[in-house]
Design a protein around this ligand. Structure first.
Ligand code: GTP
Ligand code: ZN
Length: 221
């Protein structure tokens, strides 16, 4: 467990502080040991005060703790290795396209800390070994749980699959809506951002590329 900002402050006197709301009250969310929950709570109280709110009013009392749990959940993939989901492979005499489409995800834009949500489509060309289909979705789910840009999400997933499965080709297409473009700033609801990462045969062979894009496009939406 990382020490909280209070622990790090030699002047702090925990005994004189009122007892805080227990920060881990969501029984469903696993504890994220990489996250300093009390530090997030402190920061949220500061933000609430800074926007002109009263962090001590009843409706906001538990908000810092809720936000800490939310960030712990949203950033649960920050310190983990999503590639571990691709370790259990099995041999199969199949060398054509494997495509899992419409894998929903929710990630966090690193510029505004607002969510971007959408779908990922993953295809690969096996080279003797395949992986359980759900594992591709697990990789997306875990990589998504980081602050990032969509481009990084896309190529991180592609690199993991190419490396861990020694795939002859990998295609990752991600389509998503960025809250920072829909609810603030330019405010363009309905705008969609598409990114793709092509590896191996999908990058070098136009026929393979067009075949996989055809399958993804036909299936998407
Ligand atoms: N390339 C890319 N840009 C992103 C992503 N998520 C958010 N952005 C953009 O990050 C940019 C940040 O631009 P800045 O000018 O630094 O910040 P800003 O003043 O809040 O920008 P506006 O959103 O235009 O108001 C914006 O253009 C966002 O649309 C992403 O996943 N990929
Ligand atoms: Zn943003």
């Amino acid at each position: 467990m990382i020490a909280s900002s209070k622990d790090a402050n030699p002047d702090s006197d925990a005994s004189s502080k009122p007892e805080k709301t227990p920060f881990f009250v969501d029984k469903n969310a696993p504890k994220n040991d990489a996250v300093d929950y009390p530090a997030i709570e402190d920061a949220v109280r500061v933000i609430l005060g800074a926007v002109g709110e009263d962090p001590d009013r009843e409706g906001l009392l538990e908000t810092p703790a809720r936000v800490a749990r939310m960030y712990a959940e949203m950033f649960a993939g920050l310190k983990s290795d999503p590639g571990r989901h691709l370790e259990k492979v099995f041999e199969e005499d199949y060398d054509e396209i494997v495509l899992v489409r419409d894998i929903s995800f929710c990630s966090m834009c690193e510029h505004h800390l607002l969510p971007f949500t959408g779908k990922a489509h993953i295809a690969y060309l096996p080279s003797g070994k395949v992986v359980g289909l759900s594992k591709l979705a697990r990789v997306v789910e875990e990589v998504a749980r980081r602050p990032q840009v969509q481009e990084r999400l896309t190529h991180t997933v592609a690199n993991l699959i190419e490396d861990r499965l020694s795939a002859r080709g990998v295609a990752v297409v991600v389509e998503s809506t960025h809250s920072c473009m829909t609810m603030r700033g330019i405010r363009k609801p309905g705008s969609l951002c598409l990114t793709s990462a092509m590896r191996g045969a999908f990058k070098t062979d136009p026929k393979s590329r067009s075949e996989v894009l055809g399958l993804i496009n036909r299936s998407a939406g």
